[in-house]
Every structure is written in C-alpha cells, then in structure tokens.
Design a protein around this ligand. Structure first.
Ligand code: ZN
Length: 236
C-alpha cells in the first residue's frame, strides 16, 4: 500500500490504521502469541494495538473470513483451533499442492536454488540432535519455502498459504518434545535429489511421501487422547 505522507485524507488514514492493525494482529496470531481457541476481546485488542473498537471489528471480520479467527454470537472472537481430523485434511491438501510445487521446482531449479536447498539440508543434519528441535523446525520451514521460491508458481503458493498450516503446527507441535522427527531431513534430501536431476514426477512423489509421513506422525501423536509420551513429532 502507498502511504501518502503529509497530506493524508481522513479516509486514507483510517484505511492505513486498519491495514496496520490487521498486519499486527495476524503476525501475533501466526507467531503463537495466543493459544488456540483463545478469546480475543475488543477492549484488550484496542489497548494492545492502539486503535479504535470500530477498527478492531473490521480487522476481526477480515481475519475471520481468512480463517485465522472464528466469531460466534455471544462467544465473541477466538483464535482458530483445529480438530485432529481438520489437521489431517490440511496435511492431505498440502501434499497435493506441494507435490505440484516440487514438480515445478524440479523443472525450474537453477544451480543457485539447488545450492541454497542443499545448504539447508546440511544445516538440518547439524541440528538433528536432542535439544536441536527449534532450529531444526526453522530450517525445515525454510526448505519448504525454498521449494516454493524455486517453483515460481504464485497461484499454488497462495493456496498453500491459505491452508494456515503454521497454526496447525503450533497447535499440534507437542511443545514438551525437544527431539526433531529424525526422518524428515532424509525425506527432504530425497525430494532434493529429484529436483537436482530435474525429474518432476519423482519430485512430486517424494513430496507426497514426505507429507504422508508428517500426517502419520501427527495422527500417531494426537489421535489417542492423553498420549503425549511419544517422542515422535510431525515437524514436517
Ligand atoms: Zn518438510
């Protein structure tokens, strides 16, 4: 958005404040600042974001439309939470979309793209140890990000973003666990090998295999109530 400096009309400045408040609240939600299914009250948000109730209402309406929050009569707005079945559906959808992105990446990867992904996998090995999980998860995310960038297919990328997977991962991350899921770096390397050899079908199959393993790990960890003792994760 272009911000007119010095001669903003009233309408422009309201639009700018709303856009900023939307960005701020969305960032807070994505960063895990609020637990899943947390109540978001207008009075707390106006104080926190420094905007009017009217602005907060329109921001919440937009976030509800995009799936970040839910709004119900008498319950107000709450941050989104996902059942295990919903999380599984999201991972199934990711598998379809990201397989297509991996295929595109295999067609379009330059030597620089490949070098960047190779470096990410190398660093994942360095952090594949007890206590290394946070950095491992970050690198994991970067690898998927690099595939999207390599694919250069903005429509697929937009659909993947709309799945809100970061919120699913946050809810089902099993925060007490410090060990990374050990197979994910090997699965990433299998995808990368198909990209290096410019084989789209094999890259898509390797990505589908990877995301099915992530889905099975999630189901294994969270489908059985009260079983949080497992050392497996679904970092992705
Ligand atoms: Zn992954």
């Amino acid at each position: 958005m272009v911000i007119a400096v010095g001669n903003e009309t009233g309408a422009d400045s309201v639009a700018n404040r709303t856009a900023q408040a939307y960005q701020d609240l969305r960032t807070l939600i994505l960063s895990g600042h609020y637990a899943p299914d947390s109540r978001l009250t207008e009075s707390e948000l106006t104080a926190q974001l420094g905007v009017s109730r009217g602005t907060i209402r329109s921001v919440l309406a937009r976030l509800a439309q995009e799936g970040y929050v839910t709004t119900e009569v008498n319950r107000g707005a709450r941050t989104r939470s996902f059942t295990v079945d919903e999380a599984v559906e999201i991972l199934e959808t990711r598998a379809v979309l990201e397989a297509a992105l991996a295929a595109k990446a295999a067609e379009r990867a330059t030597e620089e793209d490949i070098a960047a992904m190779t470096e990410t996998c190398r660093r994942m090995w360095d952090h594949q140890k007890p206590g290394g999980r946070d950095e491992y998860v970050r690198l994991n995310h970067r690898f998927h990000e690099q595939i999207r960038q390599t694919a250069r297919q903005s429509t697929l990328t937009r659909f993947v973003d709309s799945l809100l997977y970061p919120l699913v991962l946050r809810q089902y991350s099993n925060a007490d666990r410090t060990n990374p899921r050990l197979d994910s770096v090997k699965e990433h390397e299998a995808i990368l090998a198909c990209i290096v050899t410019h084989n789209p079908e094999a890259a898509a199959a390797a990505m589908r295999h990877h995301l099915s393993a992530v889905r099975r790990a999630l189901q294994l960890n969270f489908s059985v109530p009260d079983d949080t003792s497992s050392a497996h994760g679904h970092d992705c």
